[in-house]
Design a protein around this ligand. Structure first.
Ligand code: NAD
Length: 266
């Protein structure tokens, strides 16, 4: 039995990396998927093609998650295309790194706008719909599921990346408060917090031998993560298998949050 059969999902930032694989995995488990992209139409078309090739359903939908008008249009396109929504994966995220003394207001605002305001705008639209629609028997036990793509940096401080870590820290309390607000309406809200996953966002690190070796010292499990490691957990969180899981973060990080500096430290 497919885990999210006949459900409709919207995945933001799905033209590359983790979002692309999440879209594919949800489709593989029976969901119809809106594949959101910002500017990389080719990447979105590629995942739609891969989904169609395995007999799944998906369509590309453009939109900047930090732009209210774009978000409204994007959700409307999903309703027009599939007449429904069951799962939101709010995944779009960016980095604009700099030490604070060199960080521009634009660097700060662009990251907060995409990573945090984008999550607010998308989850607000999803909740409005889930509240109106309620539970659909035979489809899911919940009225809707929201999964935020956070990061280990919701917890681990990250010098040189204060805009990014602040956005993910903010996302954590957005997720927890929203879950508290909507759980009694049977809307489930959770986060997945990846560690170091091989995607375009960090390729300057994993493609560089020295930087990769340093990074591996921070991962007790001693390998970088793959988008598939994250997608498996997202699909589970989106399914009824995790029905009683509410307002929590699942770390998919090979143990990165286990203070690896203390290994063999007396
Ligand atoms: P990625 O760069 O491949 O993916 C980010 C996606 O977001 C891209 O498709 C990009 O086009 C899209 N995007 C950017 N701005 C957007 C906007 N305004 N509107 C819509 N889409 C937009 O990198 P990724 O690693 O796949 O990142 C996905 C998520 O995972 C991000 O939220 C990131 O913070 C998080 N994450 C990644 C890692 C990692 O190691 N790769 C670790 C922790 C968290």
């Amino acid at each position: 039995m497919k885990l999210v059969k006949d459900q409709v999902a919207l995945v933001t930032g799905a033209s590359s990396g983790i979002g692309k694989t999440v879209a594919y995995y949800l489709a593989k488990e029976g969901a119809k998927v809106g594949v959101n992209y910002y500017s990389d139409e080719e990447g979105a078309n590629d995942v739609v093609k891969k989904i169609t090739e395995i007999g799944g359903e998906a369509f590309p939908v453009q939109g900047d998650v930090g732009n209210e008008e774009d978000v409204l249009k994007m959700f409307n396109k999903v309703y027009e295309t599939y007449g429904n929504l069951d799962i939101l994966v709010s995944n779009a995220g960016i980095q604009r790194d700099a030490p604070i003394e060199k960080m521009t207001l634009k660097d700060w605002e662009t990251v907060i706008r995409t990573n945090l305001t984008g999550a607010f705008l998308c989850s607000r639209q999803a909740v409005q719909y889930f509240l109106k629609r309620g539970v659909v028997k035979g489809i899911s036990k919940s009225a809707g599921k929201i999964i935020f793509m956070s990061s280990v940096h919701q917890e681990i401080p990250w010098a040189g990346h204060i805009n990014y870590s602040a956005s993910k820290g903010g996302l954590t309390e957005l997720m927890r408060s929203l879950s508290q607000e909507t759980a009694n309406k049977l809307i489930r809200v959770n986060s997945v917090a990846p560690g170091a996953i091989k995607t375009p966002i960090n390729e300057d690190v994993w493609k560089d031998k020295e930087k990769k070796e340093h990074l591996l010292k921070l991962i007790p499990y001693n390998r970088l993560g793959e988008p598939e490691d994250v997608a498996e957990v997202v699909v589970w969180l989106a399914s009824d298998k995790s029905e009683y899981v509410n307002g929590t973060t699942i770390f998919v990080d090979g143990g990165m949050t286990l203070y690896p500096g203390f290994i063999n430290n007396g």
